[in-house]
Design a protein around this ligand. Structure first.
Ligand SMILES: Cc1cc2nc3c(=O)[nH]c(=O)nc-3n(C[C@H](O)[C@H](O)[C@H](O)COP(=O)(O)OP(=O)(O)OC[C@H]3O[C@@H](n4cnc5c(N)ncnc54)[C@H](O)[C@@H]3O)c2cc1C
Length: 456
């Protein structure tokens, strides 16, 4: 049995009293905080790192995947326009498999834009702060306990939005959540992004891929070869062969490769760590170590096996950490399923829409795609069934394992963030629980109306 100690109880300073506390400054939290503050609520966003953007920045995962301007409206469109206006976009291309625009953003610009959007809306930001406890009274969250260089403190809240990605607030409050596949609870594999290789002979590389595609049918799974952009996934038997010889330590039979033709670099991706939990610190540590080793072997592999990389050098990327695709999904008043997505089920309480494909990196090392048209996300998926004043947005909303594989993409995290933030502000204004707000009024504020997917 694990040894335990008893922690002494103590009084804590209350450093603020807010109408809306947004817990977690990832891409969903940014949208939630902007929406809540713009709609008049006294809002605080709390983030453990010293920047906003979450996985998008820390992984980093700079590619907004499956953006569809007819579906991802509001703050999502605003962010893209601000990025374009401020030289914050590296490249854009359409991806047929994922069903939308892929927009590679410049992370420093995104971080700046996010801070300014929140401050301009009148919101407050607290960086370098870990949320470690919640105060629950009568099935409501009365406040959040935080830890930082300033010690242990409390913040009071009327409504809390869980945008921790991991559903930390729900778990701390004792609200119901689910994890992983129905069959065995396993989640999608984790990935450490990169490496990026500079000094690649792009012409040599692309000629090799074109030839390889012809001579090895079915081995290049995807190949985008546009004017200045390229992306491919595959090299199945080459990978198997290298693994058998001990030249590669990858669990998957595919590597992903993309870059810009005129800049002479290529980003590789293929590190996958299955069977690890994003809410267990020992697993996270193992995932960091395993993925560093995989990346190192990927660098040696391309230099030895893939023409064009002979003189390439790995770019230094500083403080990146493992990318977690899936952890807790908080149970709401409705659980959105893959059938709802595929069947474009219409919901009377729709507050957000998405169209990005389902993309599952299975623990067995496969990638499964399901192409989708625009589908509804009902408000009930953003309200915890157990805590009266807890909303959620981003990748911890109330969906199944399969539906999460579409919902987790950046555009959808932003639209659910905007919906939750707007709903929270409305609840505060009307002095009622989020579950009782006037949903048609919320839909009007979000400019989203039932039955209008138009088969997009
Ligand atoms: C490897 C990988 C590849 C991906 N590829 C793509 C892609 O190509 N395109 C795409 O659109 N999406 C992609 N995604 C998905 C997408 O990046 C994420 O699902 C999305 O960014 C999640 O946003 P979020 O705001 O919900 O959560 P997160 O980004 O996880 O943000 C949560 C925030 O809360 C903070 N936080 C968490 N717990 C606490 C706590 N207890 N106290 C204080 N702060 C806390 C975190 O520091 C973080 O900033 C990918 C994801 C991964 C991992």
């Amino acid at each position: 049995m694990q040894k335990k100690i008893k922690e002494e109880s103590r009084e804590l300073p209350v450093i603020g009293s807010y109408e809306v506390v947004v817990a977690g400054g990832g891409i969903a939290g940014i949208a939630a905080a902007v929406a809540a503050a713009r709609n008049g609520a006294k809002t605080l966003i709390i983030e453990r790192y010293g920047f906003l953007g979450g996985t998008v920045v820390s992984c980093p995962m700079p590619v907004v995947g499956g953006y569809n301007p007819e579906v991802h409206t509001g703050i999502m469109t605003e962010i893209i326009e601000l990025l374009r206006k401020n030289d914050g976009v590296n490249r854009e291309f359409y991806n047929e498999v994922i069903g939308g625009q892929m927009i590679e953003v410049r992370l420093d610009v995104l971080k700046e834009i996010a801070v300014e959007m929140i401050l301009n809306a009148g919101g407050d930001i607290l960086f370098h702060t870990w949320i470690s406890e919640v105060m629950v009274k009568n099935k409501e969250i009365a406040g959040i306990i935080i830890e930082s260089k300033s010690g242990r403190q409390a913040v009071l809240a009327k409504v809390v939005i869980d945008t921790t990605g991991d559903g930390d607030i729900a778990a701390l409050a004792g609200a119901a959540f689910e994890v992983g596949r129905k069959s065995d609870g396993k989640t999608q594999a984790m990935t450490l992004y990169g490496p990026i290789m500079d000094g690649v002979d792009i012409n040599k590389l692309l000629s090799f891929i074109r030839e390889y595609k012809k001579t090895n049918p079915g081995e290049i799974l995807e190949f985008i070869d546009e004017e200045n952009v390229f992306a491919m996934s595959g090299f199945v038997s080459m990978i198997k062969n290298a693994r058998e010889k001990g030249d590669l330590k990858l669990d998957y039979n595919t590597i992903w490769l993309n870059g810009k033709k005129d800049e002479g670099w290529a980003e590789l991706s293929g590190s996958f760590v299955p069977d690890v939990s994003g809410t267990e610190v020992k697993d996270l540590t193992r995932a960091e170590i395993d993925s560093i080793r995989q990346i190192s072997s990927m660098v040696s592999f391309v230099k030895k096996y893939v023409p064009g990389f002979e003189k390439a050098r790995r770019r230094d990327r500083g403080s990146v950490c493992i990318g977690v695709r899936e952890t807790r999904r908080i149970i709401g008043n409705y659980i959105l399923t893959q059938d709802d997505l595929v069947g474009q089920r219409s919901f009377a309480d729709v507050v957000a829409r998405n169209s990005t494909a389902i993309d599952i990196h299975t623990p067995e090392g496969k990638q499964n795609w399901v192409r989708l048209k625009a589908y509804d996300i009902p408000y009930r998926c953003l309200i915890s069934k157990d805590m009266g004043n807890l909303l959620m947005a981003g990748r911890c909303i109330s969906v199944t394992h399969e539906a999460l594989a579409s919902v987790r993409f950046i555009p959808c995290c932003v639209v659910t963030g905007e919906a939750a933030g707007t709903a929270a502000a409305l609840a505060v204004k009307q002095n009622i629980s989020p579950v009782n707000i006037d949903v048609p009024l919320l839909q009007k504020m979000l400019n989203i109306h039932p039955g209008s997917t138009n088969g997009n």
